[in-house]
Design a protein around this ligand. Structure first.
Ligand code: PEP
Length: 251
């Protein structure tokens, strides 16, 4: 009943020409992939062109971050969610661990950005996940719980209809170390229980919870085989149309 989402995060890769080339190569490879929502997240400078070239296809386009507000203003370097929507995007990724680690993203800013993105009409992929030391010290669940509490604070049940959670253990991102299907299921089940506490069982049951962290064509099926894993947020393996399409078509 939960439609899976397979999203590709292109991070800071690809000049415009290459972004278009990859998007156009992907298009026919996933044209019949009606079992899931397919999303790609190019860099800001490629969003509009890629979205235009994918118009009418089943591939949706996401930004990788956004500003905390939609009001225009003196915010040098920022891009408002309403501008992202204007560029043809339907989604935005917020709170990616690289933003949290290197660019000062906090649960509070994730919350502000999420609210601004929702009010601009975007769907939001909210990323959560613990570091290796947090996992090793037994704090993985409490870290993820506080990211959920902070990031989703003040959101209503109807807001949650346009939220997707991505659980991305920091120790698995770009490292080649994937969480085992059991580790992923354990945390996804925990996330769903937290959401049931905060927003009720129905909202929790409908939430798509994606796994992210070194997802590849050869491990996607075993991850997707778990009850609470509803898709993937893919970094490295999404950069090439062939490997990303094999992940999309994992069945
Ligand atoms: C990511 O960037 O969200 C990610 C999961 O990267 P990778 O798949 O390369 O680990």
């Amino acid at each position: 009943m939960r439609k899976p989402v397979i999203a590709g995060n292109w991070k800071m890769y690809k000049l415009l020409g290459e972004a278009v080339e990859t998007a156009l190569a992907l298009k026919p490879l996933v044209a019949n992939s009606t079992h899931c929502d397919v999303v790609i997240a190019p860099v800001f400078t490629a969003l509009k062109t890629v979205a235009d070239r994918l118009e009418g296809s089943n591939i949706k386009v996401a930004a990788q971050d956004c500003a905390v507000q939609n009001e225009f203003g003196a915010q040098t370097g920022e891009v408002a969610p309403v501008m992202i929507r204007d560029a043809g995007c339907s989604h935005v990724i917020i709170g990616h661990s690289e933003r949290r680690q290197f660019f000062g993203e906090t649960n509070e800013s994730v919350n502000k950005k999420t609210k601004a993105a929702l009010s601009a009409g975007l769907a939001v992929i909210v990323c959560v996940g613990e570091s290796l030391s947090e996992r090793e010290s037994g704090n993985a669940e409490s870290v993820v719980k506080s990211q959920l509490f902070g990031g989703l604070a003040g959101l209503t049940v109807s807001d949650l209809e346009r939220i997707i959670i991505a659980y991305e253990p920091v120790w698995a991102i770009g490292t080649g170390k994937t969480a085992t299907p059991e580790q992923a299921q354990e945390m996804h089940g925990f996330i769903r229980r937290v959401l049931a506490e905060t927003h009720g069982a129905e909202a929790a049951d409908s939430m798509r919870i994606l796994y992210g962290g070194s997802v590849k064509p050869d491990n996607i099926a075993s991850l997707m085989n778990n009850e609470d894993v509803d898709g993937a947020l893919v970094g490295g393996a999404s950069l090439e149309a062939g490997s990303f399409s094999r992940i999309v078509n994992y069945k």
